[in-house]
Design a protein around this ligand. Structure first.
Ligand SMILES: O=P(O)(O)OC[C@H]1O[C@](O)(COP(=O)(O)O)[C@@H](O)[C@@H]1O
Ligand SMILES: [Mg+2]
Ligand SMILES: [Mg+2]
Length: 346
């Protein structure tokens, strides 16, 4: 009997399918033994819910799950059916997974106690981001933040378990239901992106160790509110135009953020007359993307202060968000600062 060493067949006959999400999580678990097995399992639970929501988004136009749900959420925003469906799917998967004790969701007024007495984690989630784009087949997303509860496992959930600053996150991620479905997340050791292979029902590592360009030529902002922007922001936008940067804004935070993370750019949702503290929510939008941004070498502030250091004081509080390539965010802040100083000098 002859035995020969395996020599990988690098021909194009059978493309390499690469590393699955499950294999990647297992390897990270081996590499970082202090990382808890429960967190690894929680990430798997999220991936499962993502596959189900992905299927729902793919058929939203075909079935009766498109359109408005007929109720408004705590934000006073009209809920889309897919907002509600995604919320149900994620909450159900997290309940069954058993690792999460409480959920803060954009779609629920109050904190949801999952009654998982052994659950060590709290999750803050935007189940469906970009709701205005659901019925027009434009990319939408999901955003999640994961914290470890600070009170003893099994005891009643306390405010201190929930109202933690973003710098206490143990993991954060987003899903982009776009031309392909991607899961991008961090556990504090870099950012990795996985692409969903529908026919195999698996996520495969497609964007290992994502590092954001330090600068870029894309700026993303809804200029419909231009006249209520503060002067410093108007000056910064004039600067972008003089530089002939590309204006790219599709009204889905996850999609705008993801493009700028990979290509270099800045996304701004500032305070406006309509949204005096900004539109985006701290707990389940800004914090998660800020953690990912910083892990990828980018920057996230409210125009002045680091998003991850903001101490939350209410569940659905909003914050202005300046996020993306470090040099662009710093430059935008400098325009705000200059104008602020000139106001104080008057
Ligand atoms: O329509 P506007 O005011 O530009 O706001 C668009 C922003 O609002 C959002 O849709 C808010 O998120 P939700 O869809 O989860 O409420 C972001 O995805 C998007 O970037
Ligand atoms: Mg959102
Ligand atoms: Mg939403």
């Amino acid at each position: 009997m002859k035995i020969k060493p395996y020599t990988p067949d690098n021909s194009t006959l059978a493309y390499s399918v690469g590393v699955t999400l499950d294999r990647f999580i297992k390897k990270k678990q081996d590499d970082f033994p202090f990382a808890s097995g429960e967190l690894s399992q929680l990430l798997r639970d999220i991936a499962l819910a993502t596959k189900i929501v992905n299927r729902e988004t793919n058929r939203a136009g075909l079935s009766n799950i498109g359109g408005a749900f007929g109720q408004t959420n705590v934000q006073g925003e009209e809920q889309q059916k897919l907002d509600v469906i995604a919320n149900i799917r994620f909450t159900r998967a997290l309940t069954k997974g058993g690792e999460v004790c409480a959920v803060v969701s954009e779609e629920d007024d109050e904190v949801i106690d999952l009654q998982n007495s052994s659950g060590k984690y709290v999750i803050a989630i935007d189940p469906l981001d970009g709701s205005s784009n659901i019925d027009v087949n434009i990319s939408i997303g999901t955003i999640f933040s994961i914290y470890r509860r600070v009170t003893p496992t099994g005891s009643p959930i306390q405010p201190e378990d929930i109202m933690q600053p973003g710098n206490q996150q143990v993991a954060a991620g987003y899903v982009l239901y776009g031309s392909s479905t991607m899961l991008v997340y961090t556990t504090g050791n870099g950012v990795n992106g996985f692409t969903y292979e529908q026919s195999l029902g698996e996520f495969f590592l497609s964007h290992p160790d994502i590092c954001a360009p330090k600068t870029g030529k894309i700026y993303s902002i809804n200029e419909g509110s231009y006249h209520s922007f503060e002067d410093g922001l108007k000056s910064y936008l004039d600067h972008c135009k003089r530089k002939e940067y590309n204006a790219r804004y599709i009204g889905s935070l996850v999609a705008d953020f993801h493009r700028n993370l990979l290509k270099g750019g800045i996304y701004i949702y500032p305070k406006t007359k309509k949204s005096p503290t900004g539109k985006l929510r701290l707990l389940y939008e800004a914090n998660a993307l800020a953690f990912i941004a910083e892990q990828a070498g980018a920057r996230a502030t409210d125009g002045k202060d680091r998003i991850l250091d903001i101490i939350p004081n209410s569940l659905h509080q909003r914050t202005p968000l300046y996020i993306g390539s470090t040099k662009m965010v710093v430059e935008a802040e400098s325009f705000l600062e200059v104008k602020q100083e000139s106001i104080h000098e008057k």
